[in-house]
Design a protein around this ligand. Structure first.
Ligand SMILES: Cc1cc2nc3c(=O)[nH]c(=O)nc-3n(C[C@H](O)[C@H](O)[C@H](O)COP(=O)(O)OP(=O)(O)OC[C@H]3O[C@@H](n4cnc5c(N)ncnc54)[C@H](O)[C@@H]3O)c2cc1C
Length: 263
């Protein structure tokens, strides 16, 4: 580690005013590890753990609104989330291990935009809105690349707003070493149509228009399996080739359609 300033904020306004060119600290599940490895060297940390207005889950009409500092375990166990969008509760309950779920937050996960993270798939798949202390950002405009989002320097995510959904499911092909997604697919039937969001397979989460078109015509596992995807632009690493990931996407989509159809 190295020297840095540390501030514990009590309100959103205080956090935003103290951040300067520094970084917000949520559960530290990504940031502290990155600091230890010197992949991140912020001169100023603003701890959000004491900002009560960022914590909690409520219904606003049919929307589920999740505060940015809400831990994964609390999303997984929340009755409103389980009722309104069981796929989101299950996704949160499948993140990492018990310790990560007790500390990791939805705001930290989205701001981090890890290419293999689970929450970005739900946010993009459900067409959610990321709310910051300055504005609202549609999921389709939020994820820009590997560890890159539409957030400006010092912009604080305050909550995430999930619209109501008819059917949805998330299927993750787990990387056994990290518990992150080797590939994860979130499928949702929404008022605006079918959405398919894929994580783990490229620099950041993305939608697959060919699968969305096929499932709009026929929301069946067979329709998903019939789609063949190119491996161009997909990630290749020691865990899986781009071709393997291209093969997994329709397979996992088919499983997600089956799971969503049983709800
Ligand atoms: C062993 C392990 C396994 C994991 N497995 C999974 C998995 O299976 N699936 C998965 O999705 N994730 C997984 N994670 C990641 C985990 O879900 C965390 O949520 C994620 O690492 C972010 O951590 P955090 O919420 O503690 O944020 P931090 O680490 O505190 O912050 C992460 C980044 O977000 C910024 N930030 C935090 N909060 C805000 C905010 N409100 N507004 C703006 N910027 C903010 C910080 O400045 C920092 O840049 C795993 C992590 C570990 C350590």
């Amino acid at each position: 580690m190295y020297a840095f300033e540390y501030t514990r904020a009590g309100t959103v306004a205080e956090a935003a005013s103290k951040i300067g060119g520094g970084k917000f600290l949520a559960g530290g599940q990504s940031l502290v590890g990155a600091m230890k490895l010197r992949l991140a060297q912020p001169g100023n940390l603003v701890d959000l753990a004491g900002v009560k207005e960022l914590v909690g889950i409520c219904m606003d009409g049919n929307d589920v609104v999740v505060g940015a500092m809400t831990r994964h375990a609390d999303v997984a166990g929340n009755a409103d989330v389980q009722r309104a969008c069981p796929a989101l509760a299950e996704l949160a309950g499948g993140i990492g291990d018990r310790q990560v779920r007790a500390m990791g937050t939805i705001g930290g996960s989205l701001a981090n935009s890890d290419p293999a993270a689970c929450y970005p798939a739900a946010v993009l798949g459900l067409g959610a809105t990321v709310v910051t202390h300055k504005r609202r950002i549609a999921a389709d405009d939020f994820f820009k690349g590997m560890y890159e989002t539409a957030l400006e320097e010092g912009e604080l995510i305050t909550s995430v707003r999930f619209p109501s959904v008819m059917k949805a499911a998330y299927i993750k092909f787990v990387n056994p070493a990290s518990r992150f997604a080797l590939v994860g697919v979130f499928v949702a039937q929404t008022a605006g149509g079918v959405r398919v969001a894929v994580t783990g397979a490229a620099g950041c989460v993305f939608r697959v228009k060919d699968l969305e078109a096929a499932l709009s015509k026929s929301f069946t596992a067979d329709a998903a399996k019939a789609v063949k995807l190119s491996a161009d632009g997909l990630s290749g690493d020691l865990h899986a080739t781009p071709e393997y990931r291209a093969h997994l996407i329709p397979v996992l989509t088919a499983r997600a359609v089956e799971a969503a159809s049983k709800r």
